[in-house]
Design a protein around this ligand. Structure first.
Ligand code: C5P
Length: 227
């Protein structure tokens, strides 16, 4: 079998990472969560006071970029890669709504994107990779052998994410989560650098009415037909 690159893009909270993990496991591929990298940079910016509800010092963030080192480490319990921000495992913290509220502004900064995209492209050199994000099929790997674009209604997506955050013990309301999902999609699709959009050759998957199992079977079939 030849090894390929599978690019999974789409709107916020469409279950990209769930299906990407399933696929990587079934194919023996590496899974790369690029959203986690943007979230890590956001956490760094928040901790250093570069961004909060009322201000964003883009220049300070840009200047600090050389001091941000992102690596992945495998969690032996789950077998999944987690992001290290300057050697600190920040997996729990980057999944909070607090980080979700700032991440799209951070991800709109060209210098941030340039740094992360370069690192992502290196991780795909040997192929055998499933990568999910917003610009994987359009910018990071325009030649990916299989491209998927996932979407679902905002209501369905917010419901799923709300349940997930609640299960983790976060004190959030459904309205907050819905607002965040809609707001992130808006910023992500209207930014100048690498806006979220379906690559021409990407296959669109609307999973509003699909179970996880149905979706996985459908996508695994596409992957096997490509490999
Ligand atoms: O995938 P996830 O929801 O964790 O991504 C968080 C945010 O990171 C997105 O809303 C988007 O602003 C940004 N992102 C991006 N490009 C990627 C992956 C994520 O701009 N390839």
């Amino acid at each position: 079998d030849k090894k390929i690159i599978i690019a999974i893009d789409g709107h916020s909270s469409t279950g990209k990472s769930t299906v990407a993990k399933q696929l990587a496991k079934a194919l023996g591929y590496i899974y790369v969560d690029t959203g986690a990298m943007y979230r890590a940079v956001s956490l760094y910016a928040m901790r250093n006071g570069y961004i909060d509800e009322s201000h964003f010092d883009e220049e300070a963030l840009e200047k600090s970029l050389p001091g941000i080192d992102l690596q992945f480490e495998i969690n032996p319990k789950t077998g999944l890669a987690e992001v290290l921000l300057n050697d600190e495992n920040i997996e729990q913290e980057i999944r909070t709504l607090r980080v979700s509220k700032h991440v799209s502004k951070i991800a709109a900064v060209s210098k941030v994107r340039k740094k992360l995209v370069e690192q992502q492209q290196k991780m795909g050199v040997e192929k055998g990779v499933v990568m999910d994000g917003r610009d994987i099929g359009t910018v990071v790997f325009p030649n990916a052998e299989l491209k998927l674009f996932m979407t679902a209604t905002a209501k369905d997506r917010a419901e799923r994410r709300y349940i997930e955050l609640k299960e983790k013990g976060e004190n959030v309301t459904y309205e907050d989560v819905l607002k965040n999902v809609v707001n992130r999609d808006h910023i992500d699709s209207t930014r100048k650098d690498s806006p979220l959009k379906k690559a021409k050759d990407a296959i669109k998957i609307d999973n509003s009415n699909l179970t996880l199992d149905e979706q996985f079977k459908q996508i695994l079939k596409l992957a096997k037909a490509t490999i």
